[in-house]
Design a protein around this ligand. Sequence first.
Ligand code: SF4
Length: 329
Amino acid sequence: MEMNAEIKALLVSIGSANIDEGLLREVAGTIPSAGPGAGLESFFIKSGGHRVRLSVNKDSPLKVVRCHSGVAVIKDEIEIVTGQLEPVLSHCPEQAYITISGRCINDCKFCPVPLLNGDVKSLDTILRLVEEANQKGNLRAISITSGVAKSAEDEVKKAVDVVKVLKAKYNVPIGVSVYPTETSSEELHAAGATETKYNVETMDPEIFARFCPGLSLDYILKSLEKAVKIFGKNRVTSNFILGLGESDDCVMSGVDQLTKMGVIPNLRPISPHPLRAVEVGVKRPSPERLLKLARYTRKALEENGLRADNAETMCLACTGCDVTPQRDV
Ligand code: SF4
């Protein structure tokens, strides 16, 4: 059976699977180095025009096994979907998605990056990683993200330098997701970035204050507004996490506010990370909630003349972790 929106929502809601190591080695799973899934080995399944990323978890209720047409996902001893394991270029299929700084001075409570204290990649390392991805073939986009190692200004400067060099070398769209600064949109756009993402994380001000101490939701919203003016329609996105305790009403009014501004919300299920096990109140959304909110977002996008399926870089192009409007529903 091929994947459909309902099956994808079920898989995304669970978010992990038990998979045989030999099978995994065939496509060389990836370890995300940024964002809420950082540090967990994962793999991708493509089926019926949908793609899903699952992290490897021996205790997951899902099991992925080899079958005649590729792989099958088993739940409660029943085969729920078949598909193909998809090779990863760098972090995800068809993209070189590179994290500049795998560390962060901020302390968003859902994110393991501040605790991972990962490396800060040099320009040479980034160029090598992108070229390795390019050599694998079918490189359709380059995406750049970063934690904040020293300051947001410093990360933007590094991203600008990286984009300039990559733009001159590769003829593919480049997306950048960083913490915004006063001039980040102008600088990244002038350097050659085609899409940008500044994450609101949540549109509930009380939850934002609790989970992202020291950061400003108002500032991010103002930065998004400016980014739309500079990058244009369908070129600005924002991650909005599901599962921090926000209500559906909060999500829907947040989606309305963002889409009216010309920003495409990327509803992202929370991945409770072992390093953040002590944080309370996070809950991965149910399949029904994922479908309801993705369908609502699709309607809001269409009412505001926006197309998530035009995205060329980053998560809206990948779709692995989310139920993506206009692609999955
Ligand atoms: S949806 Fe985004 S975070 Fe998830 S695998 Fe794809 S690019 Fe990475």
